[in-house]
Design a protein around this ligand. Structure first.
Ligand code: PEP
Ligand code: CO
Length: 448
């Protein structure tokens, strides 16, 4: 294989990159970006890698979640706290179900670039570049809004730094209350036929917390150092390459803009620029696999991206949809087994279950999301494999973007609080309920 450098991807076809009006301007910004200090350290990245290695061995469980696309306007205390709160609460529910420590990873502090199916969007006979996320352009439909602007790379980097700075502060303190189900919003439970069972899960969490606090005298916030890691799709390669530096104990190359970058389903071609970039970084990486991934393709990608079978290196995030997972997943599990490599399997039950309502609104049904997850647990078990994580698009806010859940949100409710510019997210209640249903499934699988 050819020699790798943070720029060697430039010799390969790079899909989903914006067409900037000025190459010089982009170069100038990228040089400025590469001088800014890293957002994360190689030691943190290595610590996540070893935790993911434990998850691949069944000793931990991964929870990854956040917005489909972060917006610059999301960089405020309430929306960051809301996301931390729901992820922390879900993780406690999952600890209860899996009886294992849970690794928390946000789609956060850098999730600003979006792949699009069309380069251009046409409205009323006018065609403009598609909105590709706040790191590239703006969602408004004017020429000025849609012109890719390199300065936004710097704005995205600064917003990521501000978000991460706030998260680090919250992790040091101010989070104790969020551990206690007494402080959770559980009013939705009463609307579900499973209310009694949900109540028992919450009570068990409260009991174990008061046991350690009252009997052992340790406060919940101190029981474990509350680790929280960041992740985003490594889509905009100029941005990713600018923050790629030699660091850490062995002086390897790391992407220091995030702990866990992943390759999206549309940019996972073995000969493409994204795979070329990702093969050379030492971070743990995610790879999305969808219905288009064949066993041959996956074997080829394992050769390039996971050549040394380094523990914790590769998380395969599968996203087939509730209707297709039973056909698509088993051949890929076989492909990994025949490669004799270890990966962490994670299920993204969101991206294969997107549909349009009769009114043309993008939504996802709670029941489809749950069905894909439950099938994922069963299919892995039946194939002698193990589902070691889950990946969600969610928010701590009370939005109405996905249909179903205890309150029975319907198509008619979508208009009330639909805020996403891209994919529909689970709201606070739906996300917490989903965690309880996963915990219920894991408990049943462990023999009740
Ligand atoms: C996403 O995670 O927002 C996304 C675009 O997913 P995928 O690459 O799996 O389609
Ligand atoms: Co999405």
């Amino acid at each position: 294989m050819n020699e790798w450098s943070p720029e060697s991807w430039r010799a390969r076809p790079a899909l989903q990159q914006p067409a900037y009006p000025s190459a010089d301007e982009l170069k100038r910004v990228s040089a400025e970006l590469s001088k800014l200090p890293p957002l994360v350290s190689a030691w943190e990245v290595e610590s996540l890698k070893s935790q993911l290695a434990e998850a691949a061995r069944g000793e931990r469980f991964l929870l990854q979640g956040g917005n489909c696309a972060e917006r610059f306007s999301d960089c405020d205390a309430a929306s960051i706290t809301g996301k931390l709160k729901i992820l922390l609460q879900m993780s406690l529910v999952l600890v209860q179900g899996s009886k294992r420590p849970v690794i928390r990873v946000g789609r956060l502090a850098g999730q600003y670039a979006k792949p699009r199916s069309e380069d251009l969007e046409t409205r009323g006979g006018v065609s403009l570049p598609s909105y590709r996320g706040d790191i590239v352009n703006r969602p408004g439909f004017t020429e000025a809004d849609r012109r890719p602007d390199p300065e936004l790379l710097l704005r995205a980097y600064e917003r990521s730094a501000l978000t991460l700075n706030f998260i680090r502060g919250m992790m040091k303190g101010g989070f104790a209350d969020l551990h206690h189900p007494e402080y959770w919003d559980l009013s939705w439970m009463g609307h579900s036929p499973l209310a009694a069972e949900y109540g028992r899960i919450a009570a068990r969490i409260a009991e174990s917390l008061s046991f350690v606090e009252n009997v052992l005298g340790v406060y919940a916030s101190e029981i474990e150092r509350v680790d929280f890691f960041t992740s985003h799709e490594g889509l905009h390669l100029t941005y990713e390459a600018a923050q790629t530096k030699r660091s850490g104990p062995a002086g390897r190359w790391y992407n220091l803009s995030t702990h866990l970058p992943w390759i999206g389903a549309r940019t996972c071609q073995a000969g493409g620029a994204h795979v070329e970039y990702f093969r050379g970084i030492a971070n743990p990486i995610g790879l999305k696999v969808g219905p288009a991934a064949t066993p041959e393709m996956l074997r080829g990608l394992l050769d390039v991206l996971h050549p040394y079978d380094e523990p914790g290196r590769l998380t395969l995030i599968h996203r087939f949809g509730a209707e297709r997972i039973a056909d698509c997943l088993p051949p890929l599990i076989d492909a990994v087994r025949s490669s004799r490599k270890t990966v962490l399997w994670c299920c993204d039950p969101m991206h294969g279950n997107t549909r349009l309502t009769r009114g043309g609104v993008k939504t996802r049904r709670f029941a489809d999301i749950l069905s894909e997850l439950e099938q994922a647990f069963d299919l892995h078990l039946a194939a002698g494999s193990r589902l070691g994580g889950v990946h969600f698009e969610l928010t701590g806010e009370n939005v109405t973007e996905c249909i179903g859940g205890a309150r029975g949100l319907s198509e008619e409710d979508l208009g009330r609080a639909y805020k996403s510019e891209v994919d529909p997210r689970l709201n606070y209640e739906q996300a917490l309920e989903m965690a309880m249903l996963i915990a219920r499934k894991m408990t049943a699988m462990n023999g009740g």
